[in-house]
Design a protein around this ligand. Structure first.
Ligand code: NIG
Ligand code: FE
Length: 436
């Protein structure tokens, strides 16, 4: 029974927790609860000044102005978020967190003039992460992965897509997906697992690439499909060509996996067109997407996942043409691409800054691209991505003067609290007086 509140018993409905006095609560409830948002619909935020969220059993019961919500709902537990901007928890739909060692030396080699693909061709890059994963025990890899998963929560991300892809053998990809499964059991983060055995050709198959494609199609995909939701492939000249990518993805679809694709990242290859043809859930990177690729995406449910942090970190010139894609009607998401080689950040707010300043996205667009659109690409839009009643109470609490300060505020971590299923799971600021 709830204790008697400051209102007559019977007037207010009991809930488990109220989050009150958010300076601005960005609900995204001006648009539909489900589905990807395109074009002008990317601006349908639904901002409530002095907003509140009522939560029961980890789900949103109601959102609205604090004075109304506190009249209609009562909870013994009330969290005052005065002075903070509150968004749906971020959904990071492209990450590579199952690795054992960092690769900072490669970053500085690149800064000194070396090229990313040249480092890879010389046995560094993905193969250097492969060696570290193969050397690690399952326990070691699960422990490292678990640390990485907590890092997403610390940056306001409450759901991710996470890829294997640094094992590159049946045993080591199995170890990677199992490590991920074990790690996610210990962390309050929603994780969708993706098999990325087609990330690179391992040394034992460098001279016979066809044999590795056969291994993927005939053994690895059928055996590992039960451990994953989706399958991805690094389609890139010099890595998996169009026909190899198609064979891998068709085998994955036959094994019941959904499809994602590293497409048109460094060299144009018709990757977006192939992703649409195969009915992939996403085509990712797209720095070199063609006009035909933009048209194909726009008339499909394949989400274009843009990873501008990678372009910045690799110092490449080709950001994805986000403006043209949005204006053409593509469903656009942004993600970190967190990995030890080409983008070592877990900060969606940093990615928002790069998306605004380098790809000319607008503040409302980057919010939509970091919440409901990536949720749709992961079939999580029933559960997260907006603050419609009935969805999970996943929140990201930001120390920002207004919601328009997304993008503008950069270089620090503005996330002061992350809420997962109604529970504060990360608080980054202690003993700070609430600000009016
Ligand atoms: O998305 N492009 C391929 N995969 C990752 C990089 C992986 C790595 O360098 O370790 C990416 O950028
Ligand atoms: Fe990637």
């Amino acid at each position: 029974m709830p204790a008697a509140g400051p209102f007559p018993l019977g007037m207010a409905e009991a809930v488990d927790r109220l989050f009150v006095h958010c300076r601005q609560l960005v609900t995204l409830t001006d648009g539909p609860a489900r589905g990807a948002r395109r074009g002008e619909a990317m601006a349908l935020l639904g901002v409530i000044d002095d907003g509140a969220v009522a939560v029961r059993a980890g789900r949103i019961v109601a959102v609205g102005p604090t004075d109304r919500i506190t009249r209609e709902y009562y909870a013994a537990d009330e969290i005052d978020l005065s002075g903070f901007v509150v968004l749906p928890g971020f959904v990071d739909c492209h990450t590579h967190p199952v690795f054992a060692k960092t690769r900072e030396h490669e970053f500085h080699q690149r800064c000194a003039g070396a090229d990313y693909m040249a480092i890879a061709a010389a046995g560094g890059g993905i193969l250097s992460s492969m060696r570290a994963v193969r050397e690690a025990s399952l326990e070691q890899l699960a422990a490292r992965t678990e640390e990485h998963l907590w890092g997403f929560l610390a940056h306001g991300t409450t759901s991710i897509e996470a890829k294997s892809g640094y094992g590159l053998s049946l045993a080591d990809e199995q170890k990677s997906l199992t490590a991920l499964q074990q790690a996610q059991a210990n962390v309050p983060l929603t994780v969708k697992r993706t098999f990325l055995g087609a990330h690179e050709f391992p040394p034992e198959y460098r001279q016979d690439r066809e044999a590795y494609v056969r291994l993927l199609v005939e053994e690895m995909i059928p055996r590992l499909a039960p451990l994953a939701d989706s399958c991805d492939v690094f389609a890139e000249p010099g890595v998996f060509d169009t026909s190899q990518s198609r064979r891998v993805l068709e085998a994955a679809r036959a094994a019941g996996l959904r499809l994602r694709m590293h497409a048109d990242e460094i060299q144009p290859m018709g990757g977006a067109e192939l992703a649409v043809q195969l009915g992939a859930a996403s085509a990712d990177h797209l720095g070199r997407i063609s006009d035909a690729g933009i048209q194909a995406l726009a008339s499909s449910d394949t989400v274009g996942v843009l990873l501008p942090g990678t372009i910045l970190f690799l110092a490449k010139p080709h950001y994805a043409p986000a403006r043209r894609m949005i204006d053409a009607g593509c469903a656009v998401a942004i993600a970190t691409d967190f990995n030890p080689g080409s983008c070592y950040t877990q900060s969606m707010t940093l990615i928002m800054t790069i998306a605004c300043s380098q790809m000319k996205m607008r503040a409302a667009e980057v919010i939509t691209a970091a919440t409901i659109n990536p949720a749709f690409s992961l079939q999580l839009d029933d559960e997260v991505g907006t603050l419609h009643p009935g969805k999970r109470a996943d929140l990201c609490v930001l120390d920002m003067p207004s919601w328009e300060a997304v993008g503008y505020s950069f270089g620090g971590n503005p996330v002061v609290m992350t809420v997962k299923h109604g529970e504060p799971v990360v608080t980054n600021v202690c003993e700070r007086a609430p600000r009016g």
